[in-house]
Write a protein that binds this ligand. Structure first.
Ligand code: NAD
Length: 273
């Protein structure tokens, strides 16, 4: 297989992230993977950080088998030591960090009244501890450089609620608070922070929910898609990984503090503000 860097889709010069270094967590799959591919195409060196080490390395090798422009690192984002080690490896390999995309996430659905505390803590740890730990590690490097852009993967559930998703909705709302603090603390050190809030995207995370929700609500899988997931969109369409990656590129490449502390909904009109 030809690597991405050998294909004509790679911009050899003038990419919008030329020689920037970006770490994307949860980038072995779904939205994070597409962001890594898009950033690499725009000239960035990318660090694919994921719980699934083999898949992280596979994605990195697909982008650049020589390892000069893409690195896969094993990282549980909720584990302080692993985040520190992974960030250290990234900075050792590429010398700097310009963009952090805090994207790793899971979904666990169930009615609040019987939700297991262990599952609640697990979800909050991945989304919120993960965002905090990777942000703290990234800021240390970005402050040295006096520049950086941090992007959190929120959700329409950063702004809206749905039944059965208590910890997810709680965590995704929390990311907006974190981004606003980073925007204020980071402003005079050249660091911006923003949140992307996608609607439903057909990744493994969502494919898993379709039968789960069909069971919980006693409806068909087609009804879950039509009457729950896409009900509030303007056109009944799923958001795509490319839609989200383009938004991440826009935020990563934005040149000034004019765009910081904001959250951008990318959802075919579900949740208009
Ligand atoms: P996905 O399941 O395709 O990918 C998630 C990735 O995160 C996987 O590679 C997984 O190994 C990794 N991961 C899970 N736990 C981790 C941990 N503790 N440490 C490091 N990596 C870990 O899911 P996706 O749909 O691409 O989701 C990515 C992000 O987008 C999540 O934060 C999710 O909440 C958010 N999001 C998804 C949708 C959607 O509809 N798919 C919508 C809005 C927001």
């Amino acid at each position: 297989m030809r690597s991405l860097s050998e294909t004509s889709s790679v911009k050899q010069a003038g990419g919008r992230l030329m020689d920037k270094v970006a770490m994307i967590t949860g980038a072995a799959s779904g939205i994070g993977r597409e962001i890594a591919l898009t950033f690499a195409r725009e000239g960035a060196k990318v660090v694919i950080a994921d719980l699934d080490q083999q898949a992280a390395r596979r994605t990195a090798a697909e982008i650049d088998p020589t390892g000069k422009r893409a690195l896969g690192v094993a990282m549980d984002v909720g584990n302080e030591e692993q985040v520190e080690i992974g960030m250290g490896q990234a900075i050792q390999a590429f010398g700097r960090l310009d963009v952090l995309v805090s994207n790793a996430g899971v979904q666990i659905v169930g009615p609040l009244v019987e939700f297991e505390f262990a599952k609640w803590k697990k979800l909050l740890s991945i989304h919120l501890d993960g965002a905090f730990l990777t942000t703290r590690a990234a800021l240390r490097q970005m402050y040295k450089q006096n520049s950086g852009s941090i992007i959190y993967m929120g959700s329409v559930h950063s702004k809206e609620a749905s039944p059965l998703k208590a910890p997810y909705v709680t965590a995704k709302h929390g990311l907006i608070g974190l981004a606003k603090v980073v925007a204020k603390e980071g402003a005079d050190r050249g660091v911006r922070a923003n949140v992307i809030c996608p609607g439903f995207v057909r990744t493994p995370l969502v494919e898993k929910q379709i039968p789960e929700q069909a069971r919980e609500f006693g409806i068909s899988e087609a009804e879950v898609v039509k009457n729950i997931m896409l009900k509030e969109t303007v056109d009944g369409q799923f958001t795509t990984v490319q839609d989200v990656a383009e938004t991440a590129l826009f935020l990563a490449a934005f040149p000034s503090n004019a765009l910081t502390g904001q959250s951008l909904v990318v959802s075919h009109g579900w949740s208009m503000q």
